[in-house]
Ligand binder design. Structure first.
Ligand SMILES: *Cc1c(COP(=O)(O)O)cnc(C)c1O
Length: 359
């Protein structure tokens, strides 16, 4: 069976070479005579895999020594609760409401303290990200919260705010490892793996060490970052296979030249698509130009029936999952790291063909 180009927002495409490597090692990993799935998480053979995965992420993202890397479960969403439970010492936090996931994170944090929405683009259907240089952060906020890429609306921050002494927390689920992020500007970065890394079920966290140990007394043990750090993410059985798959993904990215190299490729792919849309007589892109995402390209025809017809037409041509999120409609092409350039080129060809018939 020929593989399709899968534009799903997540779980999303994984590089074919990564899948094949996993396939080759599925029944017996190296000379171990067992699958990674069958290994005890405490065994030295598995701990080696775990440590390599951690070291690769550290290398790929230039994570300084004063930051801890955790491999958690519960997706990115569990950390919508984990962040306030671990960081709300004075019970106050600043949130930027730049999209659906940012909104959900703020709503969840309200359960634990006072949430100040310091900037929002909600009234404008999240077609842009609020300007961060104009934000006045509250000096007594326990942390400042942003979402670096807004998966559903196809917008992103192109600069990271300077929040001074207030730790900056970022949900980078949909653009981690797609462009360089200066980790030193953040207190916490977290990301669900199923967009730019590997299968779902793993949440990657990068936490400045001095921010750990301030958790709420009622913080569940498994969400306690300090305790997880002390136990190297193995307070209970971690997502052993997901962590192994992340290792394969990190190796693939490193072989490609790491984040700077994939960033070039991501810019190239996104520009191809945006340039075509900007010159199209049928398709337009709702996201404001200065904050367009490199990972999620949203576009519409302006007619819901035509949108639906296009999604069907594309699927018949081997381009699947182009339907926009149910809350916004239209189309969305998620073109994460593992989407080959050929996938984007094919999409443009198919859009051209559809445009010719449907102007
Ligand atoms: C997908 C996504 C989430 C939710 O991730 P889960 O792993 O399903 O919890 C949160 N934030 C952003 C930015 C996302 O793209």
């Amino acid at each position: 069976m020929e593989r399709v180009f899968n534009f799903s927002a997540g779980p999303a495409m994984i590089a074919q070479s990564v899948l094949e490597k996993a396939q080759n090692e599925l029944v017996s990993y190296a000379d171990k005579g067992m699958s990674v799935m069958e290994m005890s998480h405490r065994s030295s053979m598995y701990v080696d895999i775990f440590n390599e995965t951690k070291a690769l992420l550290k290398e790929l993202m230039n994570v300084p020594d004063d930051y801890e890397i955790l491999f958690m479960q519960g997706g990115a969403t569990l950390q919508f609760s984990g962040v306030p439970l671990n960081l709300m010492v004075n019970g106050k936090a600043d949130y930027v409401d730049s999209g659906n996931f940012a909104h959900l994170a703020a709503e969840e944090a309200k359960r634990y303290g006072e949430v100040n929405i310091v900037a929002s683009s909600r009234e404008d259907n999240y077609t842009y990200v609020p300007a961060i240089d104009q934000i006045r952060w509250n000096a007594d906020a326990d942390y400042a919260y942003i979402t670096t890429n807004n998966t559903i609306y196809g917008t992103r921050y192109t600069a990271i705010p300077d929040t001074g002494a207030i730790p900056l927390v970022a949900d980078a689920s949909s653009n981690i490892l797609s462009e360089e992020l200066d980790v030193t500007k953040f207190g916490v970065i977290f990301a669900g793996a199923q967009k730019n890394i590997d299968p779902a079920g793993l949440c990657i966290m990068i936490i400045r060490k001095d921010l750990m140990g301030k958790q709420n007394a009622l913080c569940p043990k498994l969400m306690n970052w300090a305790l997880q750090s002390k136990n190297d993410s193995m307070l209970n059985t971690p997502n052993t296979y997901g962590i192994y798959m992340a290792k394969l993904g990190f190796e693939w990215l490193k072989d490609l030249g790491g984040v700077p190299a994939i960033y070039q490729q991501n810019v190239y792919k996104a520009n191809l698509l945006y340039d075509f849309i900007d010159n199209s007589a049928l398709f337009t892109a709702p996201a404001r130009k200065d904050c367009r995402s490199l990972m999620n390209v949203t576009f519409v025809t302006g007619d819901a029936d035509k949108d639906a017809a296009f999604v069907k037409f594309a699927a018949a041509n081997g381009l699947v999952n182009l339907k926009g999120h149910r809350s916004v409609g239209g189309m969305r092409a998620s073109i994460y790291n593992a989407m080959p350039v050929e996938g984007v080129q094919k999409l443009i060809e198919v859009m051209k063909a559809f445009e010719k018939e449907n102007r």
